[in-house]
Design a protein around this ligand. Structure first.
Ligand code: F6R
Ligand code: MG
Ligand code: MG
Length: 366
């Protein structure tokens, strides 16, 4: 059976400030998706949050980029904005809904989308990752480790079905171009690009032996759509696991190192990406630190058997402790780089407005 998994998310108002989604927002979203399940549009769904981003995980048979599914997500975000976010005066109600009218595809309209369609295997474990207070390029180092680094993924060396490697589809989000590069042959070329996560973002990963989709990520950059600062893009990622793909534990191990990402306070600071369970998926200190949740599901004829809240585990305690130590060290830098992002990245924040005011005060050096 061919099944499509669609993970679509948006920040449509925070409780309190940019901390977390309000339970009533999730409640209404669940009601909308339940209705869609009853009409047969969806096979199944799971509604959750990562920080202030409302996450709609849906399964169906309509394929990727399907207008009915995208409209369902759009209408859900709109209704939750109007009936909950605005009524409760949640912070930034409807923030990510950048357009007034739906035009058939939710991509480019604000919400983030990760989707993949595949033939459901005899057993199909998938993991949905959702991060808050960071950008899509945050997945680059994780996807590299999962699908190209044998020090992370033992199966790349040991398992014949993975031994030929994976193909990475990398998007240049500035020039709006895409390139496919092959690991392990082109590892250094891949790294030459994805080491700049603000520009080159891994959009999908395919298994080379048969072209099967292995992972799909959101690549939305709101500021590039809106032309101004509208928050970071708080990305989502879907990964298939086991039996010819990296094992669940290999996928998760990439998150044991809390690498430093762009985002955090005002989308303008570097901070560690901290893996947390759902109960801790809320942003607090300095609007962060940036967080990521991992929900595991077994698919059964498209039904989502789960979630298994995978980072809700003492095995990630040390990662969290390290993340908090890194957060402390970075915070000591206050408004200085490299805690604050560099000038290129600050272009789409409120800083240029401040610098503008100083323009006339500069005098020529004699
Ligand atoms: C980061 C984010 C927050 C806000 C910050 C200031 O993505 O959304 O850190 O940037 O709370 O928000 P305003 O300017 O709305 O007071
Ligand atoms: Mg927000
Ligand atoms: Mg957010």
């Amino acid at each position: 059976m061919k099944v499509t998994v669609s993970l679509i998310k948006a920040d449509i108002g925070g409780w309190v400030g940019h901390s977390v989604v309000h339970p009533k927002q999730e409640e209404l979203a669940r009601k909308k998706l339940q209705e869609a399940k009853e009409t047969g549009l969806l096979i199944d769904y799971y509604v959750y949050h990562a920080g202030d981003d409302l996450q709609l995980l849906m399964t169906h048979t309509k394929g990727v980029e399907n207008p009915e599914i995208h409209k369902l997500a759009w209408d859900t975000f709109l209704e939750v904005t109007n009936k909950v976010s605005k009524v409760l005066k949640l912070y930034g109600a409807g923030q990510d809904l950048l357009s007034d009218t739906f035009s058939g595809n939710i991509r480019g309209m604000g919400p983030g989308v990760a989707e993949m369609e595949f033939e459901e295997r005899k057993s199909e474990p998938i993991i949905a990752f959702s991060a808050d207070k960071t950008e899509p390029g945050a997945w680059n180092i994780k996807l590299y480790k999962i699908f190209a680094d044998p020090f992370n993924t033992a199966g790349l060396v040991i398992d014949p079905s993975m031994h030929s490697g994976f193909e990475f589809e990398i998007m240049d989000v500035i020039e709006h171009k895409v390139v496919k590069l092959s690991a392990p042959e082109e590892l250094y070329d891949i790294l030459a690009l994805i080491g700049t996560p603000g520009r080159y973002v891994i959009r999908a990963v395919y298994r080379k032996s048969d072209g099967e989709i292995a992972a799909a990520a959101s690549v939305t950059r709101l500021s590039l759509i809106a032309g101004k600062y509208v928050g970071k893009d708080d990305p989502v990622l879907l990964v298939r696991a086991q039996h010819g793909f990296p094992a669940v534990g290999e996928v998760l191990d990439a998150f044991a190192f809390p690498h430093i990402v762009a985002g955090w306070m005002r989308g303008s600071h570097h901070g560690p990406l901290m893996p947390v369970g759902l109960k801790d998926a809320k942003c607090t200190r300095f609007d962060g630190p940036p967080r990521v949740v991992a929900l595991g599901f077994q698919l059964s004829e498209g039904k989502l058997i789960g979630p298994n809240d995978l980072f809700d585990d003492p095995a990630f305690d040390l990662t969290r402790q390290k993340a908090n130590e890194i957060a402390d060290i970075l915070r000591l830098h206050g408004p200085f780089m490299p805690h604050r992002l560099g000038p290129d990245e600050m272009e789409y924040t409120t800083l240029p407005g401040v610098l503008q005011k100083l323009q006339d005060r500069f005098k020529k050096v004699e």
